[in-house]
Design a protein around this ligand. Sequence first.
Ligand SMILES: Cc1cc2nc3c(=O)[nH]c(=O)nc-3n(C[C@H](O)[C@H](O)[C@H](O)COP(=O)(O)OP(=O)(O)OC[C@H]3O[C@@H](n4cnc5c(N)ncnc54)[C@H](O)[C@@H]3O)c2cc1C
Ligand code: FES
Length: 266
Amino acid sequence: MVIDRQARLVEVESWGDYFLFTFYSPEIARQAQPGQFLMIKVSENTQPLLRRPISLHNAEENQLQIFFQVAGTGTRLLSMKKPGESIDLLGPLGKGFSLQPELSGREIFCVGGGRGIAPLYYLARKLRSSGARPVIFYGGRSRTDLPLKNRLQTTGFEVLVSTDDGSDGFPGLVTSLVEAELKKRQPAYLYACGPDPMMEKLAEICRRKNLEAQFSLESIMGCGFGACWGCVRKIRRNGQEKYLKVCQDGPVFPLEEIVWQESNDG
Ligand SMILES: Cc1cc2nc3c(=O)[nH]c(=O)nc-3n(C[C@H](O)[C@H](O)[C@H](O)COP(=O)(O)OP(=O)(O)OC[C@H]3O[C@@H](n4cnc5c(N)ncnc54)[C@H](O)[C@@H]3O)c2cc1C
Ligand code: FES
């Protein structure tokens, strides 16, 4: 059931353009699954008119968290909210990550690029409580793009970081770090969220290594619940290519269903 609720913002943490918000929202927290998202009304007036999609970063007891990076007008307005304010949240929306029961006891790679780390913390918590061993890969352009590194480490996860400029961790792309680790260990599964070029490269690596995976995709969204067709992407399902709604059929899709480009074999 999708809930439309005013939720009280209880805490704001920030690092430059990155924000971690904690809301009191027992109803949504009770139903939330990793990989699902909220449509957030960022303004009391019609500018901007549309809500903005943001992943659930965590849900625990009566609280929800989101982690976002300011990208434009909507996220800038959101970043200006203060503790004590009420914000209109619609959610939880979409189909999140499915946690395969046979992954218990196995090592699982969770790969996040930039703000794509947002849904992976909640996923990693659920994987750990189901007995799996998540390894979190966190890639950014520079060390200032890894604001959640300490939080992930202090909650006891194995965290491997990379920076394009070499200012922290592995010097280079997070996909190169994943490739390097795949020479040393054999995970049972891979989950990912990040920019399309990162995910397309990861898809190629997973296919080459015969590694099953699920990816959380982004798309421009109008409604967030299947009414506007604004978010469609080409997906290959049951042997047929068709346009599916990222908001309703996703945002998480199995690797083999994603069609990256016309020229690509997906
Ligand atoms: C399912 C889903 C979950 C998301 N989760 C998060 C999250 O947890 N944290 C986070 O920081 N961001 C997340 N995003 C991206 C976020 O929704 C966009 O950055 C935001 O909507 C941009 O709105 P804006 O008004 O600030 O910027 P705009 O002024 O609307 O756009 C600024 C730039 O962002 C691009 N953009 C706009 N909307 C989207 C979109 N929906 N997806 C991708 N690019 C977009 C535009 O093309 C433009 O280049 C998610 C997107 C989706 C679809
Ligand atoms: S955002 Fe409207 S149908 Fe997906």
